[in-house]
Design a protein around this ligand. Structure first.
Ligand code: OGA
Ligand code: MN
Length: 299
C-alpha cells in the first residue's frame, strides 16, 4: 500500500530523463483515481515530455485499465493470442501464454511480438490510430529488452530540405498485413483483411493538443508512399527511421519490475531491443483510442 492518500497534484515529482523526451514521475499512486488537478498536471507533463515513467507501480490489470480509462476509451485487440483472456483491454506483449507457459521461440505470436524490435507507433494501421499506450513491466529481462523512444517532433525539425520535399503533402500507407511480409506469421484471413483495410495517413501530422508538427511513419506497417514505387517508398521509410534513431532524439528505457511507462503515439515511435527468448518477459499494455482522424500538418 502506498501512503499517498488522494493523488493531489502537489505531491507529483517530475524529473526529465533525457534532453529530447522522457520524465520519471513519482509521488503518485496509479492504483487510485486521480484528483482532477493531478490529472491536469499529469496530462500537461505527458504533453511536455511525451514519455512518462512511473517506477514501482505494482497495479493489477484492472487498476491499470482504470488508470488508462481516465485518458480515453481503450482498444481491444483483434487477435486472441495477444488479447488477455481475463481483461480484454490488456494487450499481452509477452513470450509467455495467458496461463503462464513460456512459448516456443518459433511460435507465430513470438515472431509477431518480436517485430516490435523495429521502430513503430502502436495501432497506426487503424483509421484512427491510438492516442497513447501504457505498458506495465511484470516480468522484465536483465539484459536486452530495453524500450527505446524517439521524439518525432524533433525528427521532423531535423529533416533535410530534400527529405522535406519528398514527404511534404504525401501520405504513407499503414497496413497491418505488412507484418506478414517481415516475419513468419500467418497472413491475414479474408475476413481480417476486410476488417482491417490498409489506411493512408499524412506523413506530417499536427498534434491535436500541442499543435506541433511531427513526422508520422510506422515502419513495421508502412508498405507504400503516395506517388512512389514500392522500392523507393521502402527506401524512404528506412532512411527516415534511421534519422529517428539518432541518439539526440532517443530515450532508452531500462526496465525494472513494476515500472509503468506511458507514451504518446501521436508524436513518438518506439522499439524494443532484442533479448533472450529463452527467458520470460511479460508486459501488459493498455492502448488508448485516438481522439480523431490524423490531421495533416500544413507545409
Ligand atoms: C508495445 C511495444 C515494446 C516492449 O508495447 O507496444 O512495442 O518493450 N513494446 O515490449
Ligand atoms: Mn509497440
Amino acid at each position: 500500500m502506498s501512503d499517498i492518500q488522494n493523488n493531489a497534484a502537489p505531491e507529483l515529482d517530475i524529473r526529465p530523463l533525457h534532453p529530447a523526451l522522457g520524465a520519471a514521475v513519482t509521488g503518485i499512486d496509479l492504483a487510485q483515481p486521480l484528483a482532477p488537478e493531478t490529472f491536469e498536471a499529469l496530462h500537461q507533463a505527458w504533453m511536455e515530455h511525451l514519455v512518462l515513467v512511473f517506477p514501482r507501480q505494482a497495479v493489477s490489470d484492472e487498476q491499470q485499465i482504470a488508470f488508462a480509462r481516465q485518458f480515453g476509451d481503450l482498444e481491444v485487440h483483434h487477435q486472441d493470442i495477444i488479447r488477455s483472456n481475463s481483461a480484454p483491454e490488456i494487450f499481452r506483449v509477452s513470450n509467455v501464454t495467458d496461463d503462464g507457459k513460456l512459448m516456443d521461440p518459433d511460435h507465430a505470436s513470438v515472431a509477431q511480438i518480436s517485430l516490435a524490435q523495429r521502430w513503430h507507433t502502436d495501432s497506426s494501421f487503424r483509421p484512427v490510430p491510438s492516442k497513447g499506450s501504457i505498458l506495465h513491466g511484470l516480468e522484465v529481462t536483465a539484459e536486452g529488452g530495453q524500450t527505446w523512444f524517439t521524439n518525432m517532433y524533433k525528427v521532423y525539425d531535423a529533416l533535410s530540405a530534400d527529405q522535406r520535399r519528398r514527404i511534404e503533402g504525401r501520405k504513407a500507407c499503414h497496413d497491418f498485413g505488412h507484418l506478414a511480409t517481415l516475419a513468419p506469421i500467418k497472413p491475414l484471413s479474408p475476413s481480417e483483411r476486410e476488417a482491417m483495410p490498409p489506411v493512408w495517413q499524412p506523413m506530417i501530422r499536427q498534434h491535436p493538443v500541442t499543435g506541433q508538427k511531427s513526422l508520422f511513419i510506422s515502419p513495421i506497417y508502412n508498405n507504400a508512399v503516395e506517388g512512389m514505387d514500392d522500392e523507393a517508398a521502402l527506401a524512404l521509410i528506412a532512411e527516415l527511421a534511421e534519422l529517428a534513431e539518432d541518439e539526440a532524439f532517443v530515450y532508452r528505457h531500462i526496465w525494472s519490475p513494476d515500472d509503468i511507462v506511458m507514451w504518446d503515439n501521436r508524436c513518438t515511435m518506439h522499439r524494443v531491443t532484442p533479448y533472450d527468448l529463452g527467458l520470460r518477459r511479460v508486459m501488459h499494455r493498455a492502448t488508448i483510442v485516438g481522439d480523431g482522424p490524423v490531421v495533416a500538418g500544413a507545409p
